[in-house]
Design a binder for this molecule. Structure first.
Ligand code: HAH
Length: 362
């Protein structure tokens, strides 16, 4: 072989190995280009080390799992704790990731001072709304340059059949009005931010009807709301394709941006009450569960891709099976395997089923 031909072959083979290496480093964000942003909720320590590498390879959007909730970030009326939230926002800024803010007004993980006045009695409606405004304004101003979309109100709808709004302290003290107020304060704090109402079980017809009622009433009042956050806390046992499609059809008719905000596919049937794991309960990831999860992820993404013009972003709730909130909820101490990466941060078979659905590859 002449030196010239040898040289050309070497260059070609080098080029092809570079292309292969680049292809190998593709992540979900690359497969989903042209469909939606894809991301995960994270903890501050995940902005470093192996998990950070995985996040940067796979995702182009993040959410703070807990660090921006009212309890952690605003533990006393005149004190904000910024370090954990800052660490996550800085990770997004430094790496050019999009970021969703979660969450400005929720009934859980609230600080103990919030609903009490200086004498320890329940605070007045005017007092609580002033606090809500101060909180929303301060937090949104700090992260204006990093966060493009906020879950303004989280989980305000009741799960009870004969009840519309959840009877939380927000509702008991302010009535329905706190919801519109939260959106108005948020819009004033950052007129550019996309503002979302976010809730779970949003695919269920009964809850869906209440969410639609709330959003339509906000729209009729001229309240600035731009999106619906559908928490995807789903399971290998449901929802099925028809149920998801019916929900997405109805939500898209509101003319809002749709975000799938908290996606995970539990390997257990849904349970409402909290409890401890029973000693005899098998919490291994059996071949049967593996198979059902592959099928469920494939089916979910088959539907979501068909709604790519309405869905802007999909966020997994946690990164990998190494650490997920579902290891504690609703059953304390029962291991769950709800994500696309295993406990060693490796891609699961369900990952490849999702990718194959997008690209036709295996
Ligand atoms: C979500 N609630 C919250 O929005 C999020 O902030 C938290 O980290 C985890 C889950 C979901 C939820 C549920 O699926 C069932 C009952 C209550 C709450």
């Amino acid at each position: 072989m002449s030196r010239r031909v040898f040289g050309i072959i070497s260059i070609l083979s080098l080029w092809s190995s570079i292309v292969t290496a680049q292809n190998d480093s593709r992540g979900l964000k690359d497969y989903f280009t042209g469909y939606f942003f894809v991301g995960a909720s994270i903890a501050p320590q995940e902005t470093e080390g192996e998990v950070a590498k995985l996040i940067l390879r796979e995702f182009n959007t993040i959410t703070a799992e807990n660090a921006m909730k009212m309890g952690p970030i605003h533990p006393a009326e005149d004190r904000y704790v910024w370090n954990e939230a800052d660490q996550i926002a800085d990770f997004a800024r430094k790496n050019g990731l999009k970021m969703r803010g979660h969450t400005l007004c929720w009934h859980n993980q609230t600080p103990s001072w919030l609903f009490l006045d200086s004498t320890g009695n329940q605070i007045s409606k005017a007092g609580l709304l002033d606090r809500l405004k101060a909180h929303i304004t301060t937090v949104m101003h700090r992260y204006k340059d990093a966060i493009y979309a906020w879950d303004v109100v989280n989980e305000a709808i009741s799960d009870q059949t004969d009840e519309y709004l959840r009877v939380s302290p927000w509702y008991s003290i302010c009535g329905e009005e706190y919801i519109a107020k939260a959106f108005q304060y948020a819009h004033a704090a950052d007129p550019e931010a996309l503002l979302f109402y976010n809730d779970y079980n949003a695919w269920k017809p009964e809850k869906r009807a209440k969410i639609i009622r709330l959003i339509r009433s906000l729209q009729e009042q001229g309240v600035p709301i731009h999106g619906i956050g559908i928490q995807g806390h789903w399971s290998i046992y449901g929802p099925d394709e028809a149920e998801l499609e019916a929900a997405l059809e109805e939500y898209r008719s509101l003319g809002l941006i749709i975000h799938i905000t908290e996606l995970d596919v539990s390997v257990y049937p849904p349970e409402s009450g909290r409890r401890d794991k029973r000693p005899d309960e098998d919490d291994s990831f059996t071949p049967e569960k593996v198979k059902l999860q592959e099928q469920q992820y494939e089916q979910i993404f088959r539907v979501l891709v068909n709604y790519k013009d309405d869905i802007q972003s999909i966020t997994f709730w946690n990164v990998s099976d190494q650490r997920t909130w579902l290891d504690r909820f609703p059953v304390r101490g029962r291991k769950n395997y709800p994500l696309l990466f295993d406990a060693n941060l490796q891609k699961k078979t369900a990952y490849w089923r999702v990718v194959a659905g997008l690209t036709g590859e295996n």
